[in-house]
Design a protein around this ligand. Structure first.
Ligand code: 7BC
Ligand code: NI
Length: 126
């Protein structure tokens, strides 16, 4: 199965939010729960100014592709500034978080080596 999707035309899907992640919302683009896809999945996330994808970990590795804004990446307690056009690789089970420190929306795609987001078990970290 080969297909094309466009972020701006994913209109039939509501943004997902969680009280664990203030100011954060996301959509699923390539994901076995929504598309005839397997082995890889892709989502798009927005973090409003001041919002925080709080420190967490999960067993699959992950990639971020930052498409707008700037933020502070928390790498197991070590902080690094990231911005538009940066890409981030996160090892499986590595603690990570992302906070928007700019005035624009921080936007990024994430990629998991899994069929679907819903199979990933998220663990909060502090
Ligand atoms: O956007 C979300 C919300 C839980 O997750 C993708 C980013 C991540 O680091 O797992
Ligand atoms: Ni993650």
């Amino acid at each position: 199965m080969t297909f094309v999707k466009n972020l701006k035309s994913v209109t039939n899907q509501k943004w997902t939010v969680s009280e664990k992640y203030p100011g954060v919302r996301w959509k699923y683009l390539i994901d076995g729960d929504f598309t005839k896809s397997s082995s890889l999945s892709l989502g798009f996330c927005e973090i409003a100014p001041g919002g925080n994808l709080t420190l967490h970990y999960h067993s699959p590795a992950e990639i971020y592709v930052i498409t707008n804004g700037k933020g502070i990446l928390n790498k197991s307690g070590e902080l690094e500034e990231i911005k538009k056009n940066d890409v981030v690789y996160i090892d499986g089970n590595a603690k990570h978080g992302l906070k928007n420190i700019g005035t624009e929306t921080l936007e990024f795609y994430w990629i998991f080596p899994t069929d679907r987001f819903s199979e990933i078990e998220y663990f909060s970290s502090n």
